[in-house]
Design a protein around this ligand. Sequence first.
Ligand SMILES: [Zn+2]
Length: 261
Amino acid sequence: MKIPFSVIHIPHSSIIIPVSVRGQYLLDLHELEHAILLMTDWYTDELFTMPQEIATTVRFPVSRLVVDPERFLDDSKEPMAAKGMGIIYAKTSDGKPLRRPMRPGDRSELISAYYIPHQEQLSRAVREVLSAHGRCLIIDAHSFPSLPFPYEPEQQADRPEICIGTDDFHTPSWLVDCTVERFRAHFHSVEINLPFGGSLVPAEYLRKDRRVHSIMVEVNRSLYMDEQTGAKLSNFAQVLAEVQSSVAQLIDVVAHSEDAE
Ligand SMILES: [Zn+2]
């Protein structure tokens, strides 16, 4: 099968907390369910998964409350670690204790069971695209709550429908323009790096290989779900079609812009 040009990364859609990890949490079942309701990028696997011939999808199989695949392995490089939300969250989104203190071996076990295999899968997907096409487009796919969490640096309540995140090294300005244009054709408000900035690149290529392009797309959850219950809204299929169409058009435009640099 022909290798597609793009890799879609879906890090935060899973609600699974493996039984072997459950004993680490200080929350009762109801509180844990509430933390999952707040923190999960609900349905982003449905919104962003593209047909195989358009993009390779790499989805993190467990909840970000187990390990967050978007965080740096080294806490000293990870700004969110200071808020108790580094690679392994110690706190909930409202700053309450989430886990008991880690015992010797807990951290390395979690990292080798979930974080490392996922990073390897993502790196492998990027490597395959690079060898087939000489460049690769990563789309880092998320959603965000319509109201800011207390831990967020950006507390402005007026949030866009779509937030596009960029990286200084891996997101050239033509890619930003192209992405904004595609999403503005389908959505009312599109902001850049507001309320969230950045876009993921596997460590192997980070700030080393300009052939790896990356752009983050975040959808405001109030567009497609009831944030109090987690249920899909009746217009879900419509939003799904708009996201799919924006992403497919973006990939198509970038794939056909040979001399975009
Ligand atoms: Zn996310």
